[in-house]
Unconditional design. Structure first.
Length: 368
């Protein structure tokens, strides 16, 4: 048994391999939240044809790439900043803003708190409540905002709850934050997986508010975590200038630029991804909803949070049951406000999803 502190994340396949003696190539990761289709065949062929691109420097301003992103998200290229993954942009933003007291909607991704701490600030969590299915109580939340807070961090859709805030709700939040001079950082890593992306994304709000920055990447939706290509959108021109001034040149390599320009225009791949995730999300939700062993919560992302209702079963028990069958789920006991009764898994290909559900419901005795 692994200790509570010895926690495995979706990218920890090497550690899993060493601990359980299972080859990482034989593990289906339901924990990484990455598109199960893998990279687009079109992208694979294009990169193979353009390997010589590594012999030249990319455009220092990434003009063409920013233009492609702008067309993809319906924004202005001058409001877009590209970086070596969204993590670089989060770090640069925190370094520039240097928040003293940040409020973070939780449970959520731990790197926000880490970056705030490294910047000399403190993090205070506003808990999404289980009794509300982890859906934000707008009235209560907005009344908790005050002048002592200088940064608000929201993951939308949220990881690990998969709950989402609509653009109209975000507009209300921004209005209140404007009164108290609070900057809002919104991580939209999973928004493209949502059924109602256009109702959730806050990109259009950057045309009206200068106290918001939106972060996105290519790791999850485009299944390219090794590419390290992320981008930010903000209507705050001073912030754009500050980040670009502080950012090191050429942090995105030439192949990543070529990949980005193709990915954001690969309409067939985008449509197939949305169709697959939409169908599997609805199917699995309806299947588990009928079980007396679990409680499932409405999901907007490509993953689902599940509460274990059986008294003598824990998230670690289910993690080990699944991993011994070559399937890795997320034990959520290390997230703030969650305990050993919560797991998270992403939606993979139908045949893999069927195998996981069978294992969770203990329908296959080999999973015991």
């Amino acid at each position: 048994m692994i200790k509570h502190k010895d926690h495995f994340h979706g990218s920890d396949l090497e550690q899993i391999e060493q601990y359980y003696g299972i080859k990482k190539e034989d593990i289906v990761s339901f924990s990484a939240n990455v598109n199960p289709l893998g990279i687009s065949p079109n992208l694979r062929e294009t990169l193979a044809r353009h390997l010589d691109a590594i012999t030249t420097y990319p455009d220092r301003d990434y003009t063409s790439l920013r233009r492609c992103i702008a067309e993809y998200i319906h924004s202005d290229p001058e409001m877009i900043i590209v970086g070596n993954g969204s993590t670089e942009l989060i770090s640069l933003f925190i370094q520039i803003e240097r928040p003293k007291k940040a409020m973070v909607l939780g449970p959520t991704y731990s790197e926000y708190e880490r970056e705030i701490f490294l910047g000399g600030g403190t993090t205070h969590y506003y808990p999404l409540r289980e009794k509300d299915d982890f859906i934000l109580d707008m009235c209560d939340f907005t009344h908790k905002l005050n002048e002592s807070i200088d940064l608000l961090v929201i993951c939308n859709p949220n990881n690990p709850t998969s709950s989402a805030i609509t653009r109209e709700e975000m507009r209300q939040i921004l209005d209140v934050c404007k009164q108290y001079d609070i900057f809002v950082m919104v991580d939209e890593t999973y928004v493209e997986f949502a059924e109602n992306t256009e109702e959730i994304t806050c990109v259009p709000l950057t045309n009206y508010y200068n106290n918001i920055i939106i972060l996105r990447g290519t790791s999850k939706f485009f299944a390219a975590p090794g590419l390290r290509l992320g981008y930010a959108v903000t209507g705050n021109r001073d912030l754009v200038k500050s980040i670009n001034t502080r950012k090191n040149p050429w942090t995105i390599n030439s192949l990543a630029v070529i990949a980005g320009e193709l990915m954001f225009t690969d309409e067939s791949y985008i449509a197939r991804t949305k169709q697959l995730i939409s169908a599997e999300r609805a199917r699995i939700y309806n299947q588990l909803k009928e079980s007396s062993e679990f409680k499932v919560y409405p999901a907007s992302g490509n993953f689902m949070l599940v509460r274990i209702l059986q008294k003598n079963l824990t998230s670690l028990d289910l993690f080990e049951r699944a991993i011994r069958q070559g399937m890795m789920i997320r034990d959520c006991s290390t997230f703030p406000f969650l305990d050993q009764k919560y797991i998270r898994f992403c939606f993979m290909l139908p045949e893999d999803n069927n195998r996981l559900i069978s294992c969770l419901l203990n329908q296959d005795q080999t999973c015991v």
